[in-house]
Design a protein around this ligand. Sequence first.
Ligand SMILES: O=C(O)CCC(=O)C(=O)O
Length: 280
Amino acid sequence: MRDSINQEDIDFYNEYGFVRIRSLLTPEETERLRAHQNAALLRRGNYRYPDRDILGEDNPVYERMFVQRLNLWRDYEPIREFTLNPHIAKIAAELSGVDAMRVWHDAAFVKQAWANPTFWHFDAAYWSFNTRQGITVWVALTDSRPDNGGLYFMPGSHRVIDFDLPVFASEHVAGLFDLPGYAHWREQEPVCLPLKAGDCTFHNGLTLHGSSINMTPYRREGWVCAYMPDGATFNGKPNVLPEDYLAGLSIGDYLRNDDLNPVAYRRLGAEERAIRGCKE
Ligand SMILES: O=C(O)CCC(=O)C(=O)O
């Protein structure tokens, strides 16, 4: 597994709000994660979250975008090797310029054969915290291309988007651009970065993105992990948090539940590095 990036990657990420990292996972790791994810999906069945939200046919357009199941690590232990992985979280921290990253949630995003496009959105609109350093890694478990559901990003959108989106615009793929304040994105050209299995992209929580229709008879399988910088505070949105935890939370509280949102990577302080003889 790769655990380092270079300054060029960081500069690209800061400029555009996303970056492609080749061969994050070895072929063996990719196949292992894919097998874990498929086993976790079988076990999860119709529940979007481990504890709630049984999916029905109430929103057929959305349901045909992808099979989306969140927080697989909570009820399928083997996938923790990847969700709690310090190497992937370290890259996320370095791109974001923060010292420590907590896992927000992992997720399976499987686009079935002939699936609908994923509508334009940005992840931070859903999250329970507002920070410009939130980040998502999207790992290709099968090749991902413009013709089979590849991700598209709006370059630079993370620098201007704010945390004010009330709801997911679900009428059509560009429904977001119908909302006040988003219309100018309709004129912009997005970028699709094709990925081989094992490659990934990291994108900022405020980067506008979506994915294409799957015009093939094969599944496009992606695994995602969203990270929250340590120190982020509650903004009042429930998102993936369980009800019993939400009951005790107030807006402004430090989100520091180590069971739900463990720290996957923390940069050692100067003193600790000296003791351990690290060069980093
Ligand atoms: O896989 C997809 O189609 C969408 C993924 C996505 O929106 C995300 O990773 O935030």
